[in-house]
Design a protein around this ligand. Structure first.
Ligand SMILES: CC(C)(COP(=O)(O)OP(=O)(O)OC[C@H]1O[C@@H](n2cnc3c(N)ncnc32)[C@H](O)[C@@H]1OP(=O)(O)O)[C@@H](O)C(=O)NCCC(=O)NCCS
Length: 96
């Protein structure tokens, strides 16, 4: 977790998560996001924002939506996949 921006937007945090393939779906990610919300609050961030959730990442989106994150539209073609094609991304945010 780290600041998503500086100055007057420095109270918005950003974070990234990755769970080993063999351990996904066991709600470890949920624990990480919930802990992140607590840490963000404790360190005076007011918002946790995810900038680049790939639209096809249904498990991540399901997790974030279940924890109350709000999707802010869709950025068409915002993410370049390794094979060179572009996927949409969905920014999400939540007050902590
Ligand atoms: C996104 C990620 C961090 C979530 O961690 P996780 O521990 O798998 O998440 P959770 O188990 O808390 O929640 C995932 C949800 O998808 C479901 N799910 C089903 N099959 C799944 C699978 N193969 N992998 C992941 N989630 C699965 C889970 O059951 C859960 O839904 P539920 O709440 O209805 O039970 C993890 O999947 C991951 O590391 N993905 C690759 C990296 C990535 O995409 N990071 C996020 C970038 S925005």
């Amino acid at each position: 977790m780290h600041p998503n921006n500086v100055g007057r937007c420095g109270h918005i945090a950003n974070a990234s998560y990755a769970i080993s393939k063999s351990l996904r779906g066991l709600h470890i990610g949920e624990l990480l996001v919930k802990d992140c919300l607590l840490q963000a609050c404790a360190t005076n961030f007011r918002i946790l924002q995810f900038n680049a959730v790939v639209a096809t990442n249904i498990h991540a989106r399901h997790l974030y939506e279940r924890l109350g994150f709000i999707q802010l539209g869709t950025i068409k073609g915002g993410f370049k996949i390794k094979d060179g094609h572009f996927e949409d991304i969905c920014p999400y945010y939540r007050e902590v």
